[in-house]
Design a protein around this ligand. Structure first.
Ligand code: C5P
Length: 221
């Protein structure tokens, strides 16, 4: 089973502040994208890594001599960036499984990757999720949403390569999807939910850099 990790890193990362896109800023002396790369590359089931970036020079600077199967040019939306990466994998001869990951999530526990790959033995896709701790309300009228029926969805998201390729090709909804599981479900493929990890939370706001650094210091992977 050939497993390829696809990291999307072509976003502007503007909410995090600081000018440079967040995935190229360093935590604990190493660029965020390099943390994500190293966590995925060290997993024994992952055979190679493809990255989607807006600026290949900036990417190569951040990664040093880490090997890549391919670099693809980013698109205007996350969906189009993922699509560019999937097309690059296909051009390399395809894969059995692809793990699609946001560069802005530097800390990837290998146990989560294990759970995703195990779930793919039954399902077409698998995503890491966490329970919601806070009360949730609708912003328009303040009514409660059923917290127990909801979960937070993280990446990496694992898919059978052929199925997610089909899902991307078939996508024709007006709204822009925020992850790939939405596309797989929309195309009729079953997506399993596995337990995620708070370590995987996306770096979004300025204070998230310090939080990720603290988490990195507290736990051995
Ligand atoms: O903006 P957001 O945090 O939702 O982005 C999630 C991931 O998708 C990030 O790693 C970002 O770099 C990537 N992305 C991309 N191309 C875009 C938009 C976002 O690769 N056009």
């Amino acid at each position: 089973n050939r497993v390829v990790a696809l990291i999307v890193a072509a976003g502007k990362g503007e909410r995090a502040g600081g000018g440079v896109p967040k995935q190229f800023r360093a935590i604990a002396g190493k660029p965020i994208i390099a943390h994500a790369y190293d966590r995925l590359a060290q997993h024994p089931r992952i055979d190679g890594i493809v990255i989607v970036a807006a600026d290949e020079t900036q990417l190569r600077e951040a990664l040093g001599d880490r090997p890549l199967l391919a670099v693809a040019q980013g698109g205007a939306t996350r969906r189009l960036s993922v699509r560019a990466g999937l097309d690059a994998i296909e051009a390399l001869g395809g894969a059995d499984i692809v793990l699609i990951h946001d560069a802005a999530r530097p800390l990837v526990p290998s146990a989560v990757v294990d759970r995703l790959l195990a779930a793919l033995e039954q399902a077409s896709g698998a995503v890491p999720t966490l329970a919601v701790a806070d009360t949730l309300v609708r912003k328009d009228d303040g009514t409660l949403a059923d917290r127990d029926a909801l979960a937070r969805v993280q990446t990496p998201q694992a898919f059978r390569f052929a199925d997610i390729m089909t899902s991307h090709r078939a996508w024709n909804e007006a709204a822009e999807p925020t992850d790939d599981a939405q596309m797989a479900r929309s195309a009729g493929f079953p997506v399993a939910l596995v337990e995620g990890d708070p370590m995987l939370d996306k770096i979004t706001r300025p204070e998230d850099f310090a939080l990720a650094e603290a988490r990195l210091g507290q736990r051995l992977f």
